[in-house]
Design a protein around this ligand. Structure first.
Ligand code: UGA
Length: 430
């Protein structure tokens, strides 16, 4: 099937390459000429395991191309909208500028029977509004909402083998077009939920709200555990054995960040308030507050471990990205901790296997080291904030040999406390 993907960021670039991998003929469109040039040359503009490989094979097959000219989307049967919906600068609401602009730009190129398929995360009600605009254009095109649940770091696998497909449609016939798009996944038994626009939009935001709530729940338990000497990891193991609760997403630590969970719960709150239902999701404000408290908690622990003041101490911050296997530093708890420690007067050096360029662009005031040893050398304190395997597999004795002081904060509860203590470290987990 011929398709276009409007927006070639994390979501769109992976989606375009994955659709071509499935045998479709795809044109990826983006206003950023640099991004289009990189993608056309087979270079992924961000770190995502597996993407360079499928990009190369899709480009070589001739089924995938990239352009800045939206007119080239004309003639495709399906048009995916995969642009960003960031948090607005002055409020918690989602900024729909890119969604609105891409649909407006697409309208003149739509043909009768085309299906515009929204994948971006949007406030409930957006799809109905866009459907009206498409109908009013008189093109005969239709709209469907097909939210995306991919995780960074696993984006290719999640796109090719989704754990469910959700179609928000106004007419059941539109679901058949999406069935053709996702034939392979459906053939493998992927569950498919066909529903209305509002439900499809809400599935996406409520899934992310649930995940954020699960993380903040366990972090709230971590706060109680810290006050009582209980072990939150063992607690998570124990409650996680109850299949109704489940162990996944119950890792206490410095909390969630990234381009999705934090802004999505805020946008959800803002939208619910607009709908006069603010009360229904008021708990998400608490979820956000618990999450942000964890970042300060790491800074407080650093002060404690350094006997009341971090001023003049060298602190090695292990990790810059919001999670491992990504180069994304958007709303990264790791960098937030680094900035807090620097603000308190510490001599902070941040290291990360993939995120340094992005971190440097966002926080040029911080010092960076390309390898962990360089950050750790003569440090008084090591703070693990992103659980990259390179850091969780560090040998405590080797680290102790190059540091000035033997202190470690495990901001992800990902280190083996006993072995660090055995190597003479003062260890503090979250
Ligand atoms: C999240 C959702 O998991 C995806 O399903 C969704 O499609 C995506 O947002 C999106 O809306 O686009 P992602 O932002 O890639 O995916 O990252 P997650 O794996 O969800 O992790 C989010 C944050 O939570 C990370 O900072 C991670 O370190 C943290 N986390 C995760 C915890 O602190 N504890 C946990 O137990 C799990």
């Amino acid at each position: 099937m011929k398709m276009s993907v409007i927006g070639c960021g994390y979501l769109g670039a992976v989606h375009a390459a994955a659709m071509a991998e499935l045998g479709h003929e795809v044109v990826g469109v983006d206003v950023d000429a640099g991004k289009i040039a990189a993608l056309s040359a087979g270079r992924a503009p961000f770190f995502e395991p597996g993407l360079p490989e499928i990009l190369a094979s899709a480009l070589a097959s001739g089924r995938l191309r990239f352009t800045t000219d939206i007119a080239e989307a004309g003639g495709a049967r399906v048009h995916f909208i995969a642009v960003g919906t960031p948090q607005t600068k002055d409020s918690y609401a989602a900024d729909l500028t890119y969604v609105d602009a891409s649909v407006a730009a697409l309208l003149p190129h739509l043909g009768d029977g085309d299906l515009v398929v929204g994948k971006s995360t949007v406030p409930v009600g957006t799809a109905a509004r866009l459907a009206d605009a498409i109908t009013a254009s008189g093109s005969g095109a239709r709209l469907a909402w097909n939210p995306e649940f991919l995780r960074e770091g696993f984006a290719v696998k999640d796109t090719l083998e989704p754990d469910r497909l959700v179609y928000g449609v106004a007419d059941p016939a539109d679901a058949e077009v999406l069935d053709e798009v996702y034939q392979r996944a459906l053939g493998a038994g992927t569950p498919r939920i066909v529903t209305d626009f509002a439900t499809a939009e809400l599935v996406k935001v409520s899934a992310n709200a649930f995940l954020a709530t699960k993380i903040s729940f366990i972090n709230a338990m971590a706060e109680i555990a810290e006050a009582t000497g209980a072990d939150v990891t063992r607690l998570a193991d124990a409650i996680g054995h109850d299949a109704r609760i489940g162990r996944r997403f119950l890792n206490a630590g410095v909390g969630f960040g990234g381009g999705c969970l934090p802004k999505d719960i805020r946008a959800f709150t803002a939208r619910a308030e607009e709908l006069g239902r603010g009360e229904s999701v008021a708990f998400l404000k608490e979820v956000d507050a618990i999450n942000l408290r964890r970042r300060q908690r790491v800074a407080d622990l650093a002060v404690d471990l350094l006997d009341g003041s971090v001023v003049g101490s060298k602190v090695a911050v292990l990790g810059a990205t919001f999670k491992p296997h990504s180069d994304d530093v958007r709303d990264s708890p790791a960098l937030d901790v680094a900035v807090r420690l620097k603000g308190l007067g510490a001599d902070v050096v941040v290291t990360d296997p993939e995120g340094l360029d992005n971190a440097r662009a966002r926080h040029p005031q911080l010092l960076y080291a390309a390898i962990a040893d360089e950050a750790l050398r003569h440090a008084d304190l090591a703070v693990l904030v992103t659980e990259w395997p390179q850091y969780t597999s560090l040998e405590p004795a080797d680290v102790g040999a190059i540091m000035r002081g033997r202190r470690v904060i495990d901001g992800r509860n990902a280190l083996d406390a006993a072995s660090w203590r055995a190597a003479g470290f003062t260890y503090a987990g979250l």
